[in-house]
Design a protein around this ligand. Sequence first.
Ligand code: ZN
Length: 160
Amino acid sequence: MEGTEWLMVSPRQPAMVRIFRILVQEEIHWSQDGERMRKTRCEGPGCAKCAEGERRQTRWTLGVIDRADGKPKLMQVGAQLMSQITEFATGSNPMRIFAVLGRKRLRNPENYDFTISREGEGRFGRYRITHHERKPLTKGEQSRVIDFLADIAGQAIKTK
Ligand SMILES: [Zn+2]
C-alpha cells in the first residue's frame, strides 16, 4: 500500500468522511505485549491464538474520502462503528451486522458524510458517528474514487 494513506481517528481528532466502499473484512486478536495490548491478525484455521481460546474481533478496512483534504484514504474500523452505520442505513439495531449489504436499506450511507469521533484509546476506544445532510458524490469525487480503487486493486491491504 505504498503511498496509500490511512485515516486515523484519535480521541483528539474527529474526522469527517464519506465512506464509499467496504474493502476488507478480517479477524484480529488483542494480545498482551509487555505493558501494552497489541493487535495481530487471526491466521484462520490452525491459528495459535484461537487454539489458546483468545477472542477474535472483526475489523473492516473502508475506503473513505477524508473531508479534511478531499483525498480518498483507507480507514480501519470495528463492530461499534459498523453497527452504527448499519443502524443508520436500515433503521434497525441488528445484533449481527454482516447482513448490512443484503438488508433492505432506508438510506444509502454512500450518500452521506459522517463525522466520526472516538473516546478512549486502543481496544477501549468507543466510536460515535453523526451524519450530515444527504449529498451524493460529485462527478469529480466519483472519478477520484475510481482512480483510488484502481490504484489499490490487486494489492494486499495489511491490517494497521
Ligand atoms: Zn485466531
